[in-house]
Design a protein around this ligand. Sequence first.
Ligand code: HPA
Length: 237
Amino acid sequence: MSTPHLSAAPGDIADVVLLPGDPLRAKLIAERFFDDPVCHNEVRGMLGFTGTYKGRRVSVQGTGMGLPSLSIYAHELITVFGAKTLVRVGTCGALQPGIKLRDLVLAQSASTDSSLIATRFRGMAFAPTADFDLLRRAWDSATARGFAVHVGNVLSTDTFYDVDEPDGWKLWARYGVLAVEMEAAGLYTAAARHGVRALAALMVSDSLVAHESLSPAERQSGFAEMVTAALDAALGT
Ligand code: HPA
């Protein structure tokens, strides 16, 4: 049975799934790292592929941007296709002065300004949290690859362009939040609901502190290195 957003058949998708926001990045990951990749989804152009990495079956699925879009794919992957290990591989904007472009942020927890989770918890505050074993292994793998790795709280925001309060991020920074992105809190909440494992590994693509950013071309090299660290963490290879 396929789902409204994934045209795959049960068994077409592995129980370990990498989740980039950008579907073309899913294609790049599959072409670069997977043996025998097969495209399992083209619905809405949200490409997904399944292949093998170091002999282990693995999938990569684009999620789009923001908690609602990611939450749809995470829900269907977990409840219909049996995903058990979900690792977001994305980019983030640094909120702290010690975090530099191309550093790696592993989201131990994910705060959010989205109403999505607060609504589900009737106004109470759930704390979306990474799987510790995945986090530990990603840390080992990324530090061994030479990354400067930061572990802590990230902000999953609904607002990329905060036109009314451009300095709104400073509230979160004051409380030690490391970086801003747009999906991790949704992923951790979906994983918690269904008792599966999740992690978000985020390469720093821009800094709200230093007002600098990587060009799209500059993002590619560090990103690939992060994907290998994420694959090793997710597969235990
Ligand atoms: N804001 C939100 N999401 C992001 C950013 C940012 O600055 N950089 C990468 N993802």
